[in-house]
Ligand binder design. Structure first.
Ligand code: ADP
Ligand code: MG
Ligand code: MG
Length: 511
């Protein structure tokens, strides 16, 4: 699994082999939309004034080795995780207690909660919820028992804007293609098609949205129905989203529009029944009733520049459109919730996942996570985090998404020194998972980077559920695993974000 197990993987390439592989990789990736808009550091805007250029997304040349048992383990808990997080998102009272610990010290969480309270006061009009989740894992080997089998440990659980499903399907197909055209010389282990699992994230995510679209029901306004992809503007990772959008159009006949978050108030309105009506700027005489709003924006405080942006969020939340995710589902995905669930012997997991066998499997994927509050565990964690020797084994996380927000290892003590102690509980302290390193080659911005890498496996889950409110039972209408994502980064880099500039998309060679 690690390079010491397979020292000859990936195989070395001579100059001709490298040329052949790279030419094919570059052509195939553009021909199949395994692409991003280039970073301005790579292509300065003056060289692309009409923003028409695209380039290969950061990818690995070879599929990375990944233990098959770990891959299966991660997939096998996907449905249990869907069940767990849909139950949490439906338990407003429980979430309130979590949020109340954060409200005074985290303005973003406080503002999200305000949106929920405003809509609750008026009454929600859509009981259906869609989750397109992604649970992220790294391979963990027990350091005290090197002979023990590796397992996966969860890095985090994403409930909003879980990205890269579109590109994941493509990179898996790319590696299969390179194998089929003999771009890979002989290696041990061999790059066999049967050891390269197909990526089903595009059809999986599209199916999730199609199910929600259908469950919404018929148009009541008389306008045709559509799904909205709520996006950032500009968005470099547009093709990742387009793959899912096109699958929704082509396989399910669902009309989709991309709506920049900043244009919500200009292009949508609520009718008397709070149906969300979208009017495309290119066709102002046409109107569409929105069934599903799929958020690929709105997860970061920097996107809410003024009250108008919060008004936009309220408008969507108030509507009859099915939100993917709702505010409560977004809040269920905070790192604080993950930490509370992972608290040893806590009753919470059982409460949301009464099936004992399922709960036991989920529990196995938890890594140690601590609060930084005044509780006993919190005091213990404060000691670990303020001593640079012990802090080296940990990562400090605020309640944020999208990469680039965490503080790693030895940087933690100084970071905390600069932060008033009252604000420490806005973070959680998590043990670093130390996956075995291996070698691979990353192609990024036209450059080759060869070296030691580590992998992070994401498993998508789709869940459609009906929030019963006070009087009715919650009802799960759809619950399925929706494909995988493998991201790979240099082993020296702490962050793994592909978009944030640290990693690459990859596919697994199961061993
Ligand atoms: P975000 O929601 O911003 O993606 P993450 O919790 O996923 O935040 O952290 C970002 C990255 O930091 C991860 O992709 C991973 O590479 C690294 N990371 C986070 N937690 C751990 C951990 N416990 N062990 C090892 N790496 C981690
Ligand atoms: Mg992450
Ligand atoms: Mg995240």
């Amino acid at each position: 699994m690690a390079s010491n197990f397979y020292p000859a993987y990936p195989p070395d390439l001579n100059d001709e082999q490298k040329e052949y592989l790279l030419t094919n990789l570059k052509d195939w990736s553009i021909a199949h939309g395994l692409a991003v808009r280039p970073a301005t550091s790579y292509v300065p805007p003056e060289q692309d004034p009409s923003a028409a250029l695209a380039t290969t997304a950061p990818v690995t040349l070879f599929p990375s080795l990944f233990p098959q048992a770990c891959f299966e383990q991660a997939k096998s808990v996907a449905k249990a995780y869907n069940e767990l997080y849909s139950a949490i998102a439906s338990d407003e009272g429980w979430l309130k207690e979590i949020v109340e610990e954060l409200i005074e010290i985290d303005d973003f969480i406080a503002d999200l909660w305000k949106v929920h309270l405003a809509v609750k006061a008026e009454g929600y009009v859509q009981p259906l919820n869609l989750g397109l989740f992604r649970s992220d894992y790294m391979v963990h080997v027990d350091p005290s028992d090197s002979k023990s089998s590796p397992t996966v440990k969860q890095v985090e659980f994403n409930t909003i804007a879980s990205s890269f499903g579109g590109l994941s399907s493509q990179v898996s197909a790319l590696h299969k293609h390179l194998r089929s055209i003999d771009a890979y010389p002989k290696s041990e282990p061999a790059i066999r098609d049967s050891a390269l699992p197909s990526a089903t994230s595009v059809p999986g995510l599209a199916l999730g949205m199609a199910k929600a679209h259908k469950a919404y029901g018929d148009s009541a306004s008389g306008s045709p129905l559509c799904v909205i992809f709520l996006v950032q503007d500009p968005e470099r990772n547009v093709f990742d989203q387009r793959h899912v959008e096109y699958a929704l159009n082509e396989s399910h006949g669902v009309k989709t529009f991309r709506l920049p978050f900043g244009r919500v108030l200009a292009d949508t309105k609520l009718d008397q029944e709070r149906r969300l009506i979208y009017t495309p700027p290119h066709a102002p005489d046409r109107h569409f009733e929105v069934t599903v709003v799929y958020f690929r924006a709105g997860y970061s405080p920097s996107e809410y520049e003024s009250q108008k942006d919060w008004d936009a969020r309220v408008q969507i939340e108030r509507s009859t459109a099915i939100k993917c995710p709702s505010i409560l589902t977004q809040l269920a995905g905070t790192k604080k919730v993950q930490q509370v669930l992972a608290t040893p012997h806590s009753p919470h997991l059982k409460r949301f996942l009464p099936d004992e066998a399922q709960a036991a499997e989920v529990l196995k994927t938890f890594a140690p996570i601590y609060p930084l509050d005044k509780s006993e565990a919190g005091q213990e964690a404060r000691k670990l985090a303020t001593d640079s020797k012990t802090a080296a084994g940990y990562v400090l996380k605020p309640q944020r998404e999208g990469g680039g927000n965490n503080v790693y290892r030895k940087a933690i003590p100084d970071f905390l020194k600069g932060l008033p102690e009252t604000h420490w509980p806005a973070h959680i302290l998590m043990e670093m998972i130390e996956p075995p390193a291996q070698n691979n080659v990353i192609f990024r911005n036209g450059e080759i980077q060869k070296g030691e890498v580590i992998c992070e496996l994401g498993i998508y889950g789709a869940c459609l559920w009906k929030d019963g409110g006070k009087d009715e039972e919650r009802e799960v209408l759809e619950n399925f695993e929706a494909g995988y994502l493998l991201r790979t980064k240099g082993s020296g880099s702490e962050e793994g974000g592909v978009a944030a500039g640290f990693g690459s998309v990859d596919s697994p060679l199961l061993v």
